[in-house]
Design a protein around this ligand. Structure first.
Ligand code: SF4
Ligand code: SF4
Length: 181
């Protein structure tokens, strides 16, 4: 019968020594790229990467196309999309209100998988080709219905210069204005 392997205790992580070691490792990586002539620094947001128009970034709701089916909220694997009930005038019973379900999104949770966009039967949801928007606090990332129907402004498009990465055999990665590619 083969000898049973002896289980060894894993080395303890944490503590001052581990912390100093981890910081030295991080600093050495930074230093390596600081002196590497092939490095490329993006001066964000004055320069930004122009993403493909089909990039799966922020999601917007076209309210007039939505049939309130809840499929987007049901398929969401991160519980980022949910349906909220909003009372509206009932066209069948003038003077009365009727609750209707509308989707809203919480970008604290969204993993940009795009399932909600793909499953929507009426194409009421669409992606924007950017994901880098700054929020001042977590509450701002939890969009209400009005925010969800308004595409967020993308400051870089006004203030910045779109660039693209190219691979140069000698220099490594190089950036060029996106119009020149
Ligand atoms: S993109 Fe994915 S994670 Fe984000 S709301 Fe849609 S289904 Fe949920
Ligand atoms: S799947 Fe589309 S139609 Fe259905 S609730 Fe979501 S956005 Fe509206």
């Amino acid at each position: 019968m083969p000898a049973r392997p002896v289980l060894k205790a894993l080395p303890k992580r944490g503590g001052l020594f581990h912390s100093i070691k981890a910081n030295i490792a991080a600093l050495s990586i930074g230093l390596k790229y600081f002196v590497d002539p092939r490095r490329m620094t993006l001066i964000y947001p004055k320069e930004f990467i122009k993403l493909d128009p089909l990039y799966r970034g922020f999601i917007v709701l076209e309210k007039k196309k939505c049939i309130n089916c809840s499929s987007c909220a049901r398929i969401c694997p991160a519980a980022a999309m949910k349906m909220i009930s909003i009372p509206e005038p009932d066209p069948k019973h003038p003077g009365k209100m009727k609750a209707k379900l509308w989707p809203v999104i919480n970008y604290q949770r969204c993993i940009f998988c795009g399932y909600c966009v793909d499953v929507c039967p009426t194409e009421a949801l669409y992606h924007l080709p950017y994901h880098d928007i700054v929020y001042e606090n977590l509450a701002e990332m939890d969009w209400d219905l009005e925010t969800f129907t308004r595409p967020p402004e993308y400051p870089s498009e006004k203030e910045g210069r779109p660039v693209t990465y190219l691979i140069d055999e000698e220099k490594g990665l190089v950036k060029v204005p996106s119009e020149e590619q």
